[in-house]
Design a protein around this ligand. Structure first.
Ligand SMILES: Cc1cc2nc3c(=O)[nH]c(=O)nc-3n(C[C@H](O)[C@H](O)[C@H](O)COP(=O)(O)OP(=O)(O)OC[C@H]3O[C@@H](n4cnc5c(N)ncnc54)[C@H](O)[C@@H]3O)c2cc1C
Length: 316
């Protein structure tokens, strides 16, 4: 039978690599599986200014590879693989991937979340031809052209501010008349001449010939329909947890996020969850990293003692 790992981590974001750092330092046989690239959502963050230790901020595309480098230097194995399903075989967790099954005693699920789609006509058809979720990757393509950002949270404002470097005009389309974003970002947005708001407005369709040319929008209180000429559209409506592949392995909350206790333990012995994928996560980098550390310590304790929920944190 193929090798059995002590700890396998699914997801190479801040939560996963932090868990990997702790697992590797404890000399566990540890493996991290990532389906796209090291960093996860970090790669969508142009400039991170709230992660401790970087007084001048840090670009996401710098931090992502550094997370991997640190974990690998300490001995973590990293493999490019999409985990399609997980099943239990007595005490072992068996992960199904395109390259075969992987068995582990403890499993840390750190699969984060994906952007919630707008769910309107044109969104899929124009992906990569004007529709983007990554201002840092695609912003420069819209030099001197108008773009729209959809949403009212931190990510939406962060990305809208970034886009003002390139675009002629950035319109934030928001379905409410107040923003969820932190005050600092709101102040910056209001002070930026290139930013305008369409309040109480939702997108009904994205349209154009070969590329995006306009949005069809609706004012939600009056139902008034209008169009907005844009070359790019960046939806930041929120995030959907990446838990579908688990197919009932662990209990989820109503939003599809994994339920854990404060030590990141799920209801299934040896299965933990960390970062944006779990309920009650602050959905911030530092919180994801903290979850990853906690999950790894709890997994190590489980491997050493065989105890799961019996016994409290002091035993760690
Ligand atoms: C635009 C934007 C800006 C942000 N700005 C900030 C900021 O300034 N400061 C801050 O603190 N936070 C910010 N955040 C939030 C922060 O990025 C997240 O909280 C954090 O990155 C979550 O880390 P994670 O490890 O939990 O998940 P993720 O970073 O989402 O990583 C999960 C990883 O799991 C992988 N994966 C998923 N499913 C599978 C599978 N089945 N098999 C294998 N791999 C899988 C994914 O490919 C991904 O790489 C921002 C988020 C966005 C979207």
């Amino acid at each position: 039978m193929a090798e059995i790992y002590d700890i396998v981590i699914i997801g190479g974001g801040a939560a996963g690599f932090t868990a990997g750092i702790y697992a590797a330092r404890d000399r566990c046989q540890a493996l991290l599986l990532e389906r796209v690239a090291a960093g996860g959502q970090v790669l969508n963050c142009e400039h991170i200014e709230n992660y401790p230790g970087f007084p001048d901020g840090v670009a996401g595309y710098t931090l992502g590879p550094l997370l991997q480098q640190q974990a690998v230097q300490l001995g973590l194995g990293v493999r490019l693989a999409d985990v399609e399903a997980v099943r239990l075989e007595e005490d072992l967790k068996v992960l199904q991937t395109g390259d075969g099954d992987i068995r582990t005693r403890a499993l840390i699920i750190a699969t984060g979340s994906s952007f919630t789609p707008l769910g309107v006509p044109g969104e899929e058809a124009f992906l990569g031809r004007g529709v983007s979720h990554c201002a840092a990757c695609d912003g420069a393509m819209f030099m001197a052209q108008p773009v729209a950002v959809i949403g009212g949270g931190d990510a939406a404002l962060d990305e809208a501010l970034y886009l003002t470097q390139y675009a002629s005009q950035v319109t934030i389309v928001h379905r409410r008349d107040t923003l969820r974003a932190c005050r600092l970002l709101q102040e910056r947005a209001q002070a930026n001449q290139k930013l305008t708001f369409r309040w109480n407005t939702v997108v009904r369709a994205i349209a154009g010939e070969d590329v995006v040319q306009r949005l069809h929008v609706e004012e939600v209180r009056t139902g008034a329909q209008s169009t907005l000429d844009v070359a790019g559209v960046f939806p930041y409506l929120g995030l959907t947890p990446n838990t579908l592949f688990l197919n009932g392995l662990v209990p989820l909350n109503a939003r599809g996020q994994i339920l854990t206790d404060l030590w990141m333990r799920t209801a299934v012995p040896g299965v933990l969850a960390a970062g944006d994928v779990r309920g009650d996560s602050a959905r911030q980098l530092i919180a994801a990293a903290g979850d990853g550390a906690t999950a790894a310590l709890a997994a190590i304790r489980y491997l050493r003692t065989g105890q799961w929920r019996d016994g409290d944190a002091e035993a760690l």
